[in-house]
Write a protein that binds this ligand. Structure first.
Ligand code: K1U
Ligand code: ZN
Length: 167
C-alpha cells in the first residue's frame, strides 16, 4: 500500500470537479486501500480522492472509535436531507484549523461499495457531517468556503506564509 500526498488549501487542484467511476476495477480498489491508509495515518475520519489529486468520485470514511468500520463511497449521491445542525469541522487539507459549519442534520445517501454494489444508508451526527463534507470535496468545495470572506482571506494568507516557510 502507499501513502498519498494530501493537497493543502488554497491549492487550486482542490477546486476540480471529480468524474464518476465507470467501473469498480482492481485498480480502483487498490486506490481505495491507499486512500484509506492515508486517512488512518493522517489521522482523519474521512478523505476524498480530490484531496490526493485524483479527480474521481471516491470517498473513504471511518467515524468509529476503534477505527474498524471503514466505509467506501464510490459515486455517492444524497437521496434526502432533513433538519439543520451546526458542528465544528476540520479538514486534512486545512491543517490546524477548525470552525463551525451549518449542514443538514440527517441524510439518506447511496453509493457503490468497495465490492461494486449499490447500498443505501441513513446518517446523522458525525457520519452525516462527514459524508456532506467529503461530497463537497468531490465538487471542488472546501469547508472554509462556508465561512465569511474575511476568515477565508485570513486563512489564505496564513497558508501562503506557511508554504513560503516550508518551501
Ligand atoms: O479532510 C477531510 O476531509 C477529513 C476530515 C473530515 C471531517 C472531520 C470533522 C468534521 C467534518 C469532516 C478530518 O478527518 S479532519 C481531522 C479530524 O477531525 C479528526 C482526526 C482524528 C480523529 C477525529 C477527528
Ligand atoms: Zn476536508
Amino acid at each position: 500500500m502507499a501513502l498519498l500526498n494530501i493537497l493543502e488549501y488554497p491549492d487550486p487542484r482542490l477546486h476540480k470537479i471529480a468524474a464518476p467511476v465507470a467501473a469498480v476495477t482492481p485498480e480502483i480498489r487498490q486506490f481505495v486501500r491507499d486512500l484509506a491508509e492515508t486517512m488512518y495515518t493522517a489521522p482523519g475520519v474521512g478523505l476524498a480522492a480530490t484531496q490526493v489529486d485524483v479527480h474521481k468520485r471516491i470517498i473513504v470514511i471511518d467515524v468509529s472509535e476503534t477505527k474498524s468500520e471503514l466505509l467506501t463511497l464510490i459515486n455517492p449521491e444524497i437521496l434526502s436531507a432533513e433538519g439543520e445542525d451546526e458542528n465544528e469541522e476540520g479538514c486534512l487539507s486545512v491543517p490546524g484549523y477548525f470552525d463551525r459549519v451549518r449542514r443538514a442534520a440527517r441524510i439518506r445517501f447511496r453509493a457503490l461499495s468497495y465490492d461494486g454494489q449499490w447500498f443505501e444508508r441513513d446518517a446523522d451526527g458525525l457520519l452525516a457531517v462527514c459524508v456532506q463534507h467529503e461530497m463537497d470535496h468531490l465538487i471542488g468545495k472546501v469547508f472554509v468556503e462556508y465561512l465569511s470572506p474575511l476568515k477565508q482571506q485570513r486563512l489564505k494568507s496564513k497558508a501562503k506564509k506557511r508554504q513560503r516557510l516550508v518551501g
